[in-house]
Design a protein around this ligand. Structure first.
Ligand code: GTP
Ligand code: MG
Length: 196
């Protein structure tokens, strides 16, 4: 799919104030610093469209970007950032959970996972919660430029194994690097396929 146009629309904490066009949207979620905003910039080929930072906790709002005037990419705040404190974490979590549960036009959630780590409890619990609530999602491994092919394969296999302990079927899985522009075609083709 060709991205002809990508524009920032609105940021907010209130799901009721998100765009009311009814167009389908694809949202990016995962732990703080996993690379959500960077992936949106990579997919759209627009540096600086979504704000990124080497410090976790950069994205604090629900951000809508309209693509080709037909659908939205949505950048969400990261979950589980320790420095924010319990209250701050719960506030962010409420924003995320309300968006996911209330947003009918949210067609697919992309759950980003840093490929360098072993399966993390917070991510496993989050995906479990998605499954229990019937939320369609994919897993997206990020920062694959940071690992050699052998380690990458091992880490992804470990995740799949852990998933199979509780899931009968694995969700679609993507491997990406925003740095090296890996996985762009695969993700965009997937969005195009389910957008029809
Ligand atoms: P929050 O908004 O804080 O939740 O973070 P985020 O998930 O949006 O992460 P962001 O895109 O801001 O990226 C965090 C850091 O990881 C930045 O320093 C990015 O440059 C870096 N980063 C993101 N993607 C990649 C990647 O594919 N490869 C490498 N090497 N670094 C990456
Ligand atoms: Mg961000």
């Amino acid at each position: 799919m060709e991205i002809k146009n990508a524009q920032f629309v609105i940021s907010n904490t209130d799901v009721n104030k998100c765009p009311d066009t009814g167009l389908p949207e694809y949202a990016f979620i995962g732990r703080s610093n996993v690379g959500k905003s960077s992936l949106i910039n990579m997919l759209t080929n627009r540096k600086g469209l979504a704000d990124t930072s080497s410090m976790p906790g950069k994205t604090q709002l629900i951000n809508h970007f309209i693509i080709n005037e037909e659908w939205y990419l949505v950048d969400l705040p990261g979950y589980g950032y320790a420095q924010r404190g319990k209250e701050g974490r719960e506030k962010i979590r409420r924003i995320i959970d309300t968006y996911i549960m209330d947003r009918e036009q949210m067609t697919c959630l992309f759950v980003l996972i840093d490929c360098r780590h072993e399966p993390q409890k917070i991510d496993m619990e989050f995906m479990q919660w998605l499954g229990e609530n019937g939320v369609p999602f994919c897993m997206v491994f990020t920062k694959i430029d940071k690992l050699g092919p052998v380690r990458l394969k091992e880490n992804i296999a470990a995740y799949k194994e852990r998933m199979m302990e509780t899931w009968e079927e694995l969700p679609p899985i993507f491997e990406t690097s925003s740095e090296k522009k890996v996985g762009r075609t695969e993700l965009l083709d997937y969005i195009e396929m389910i957008n029809k």
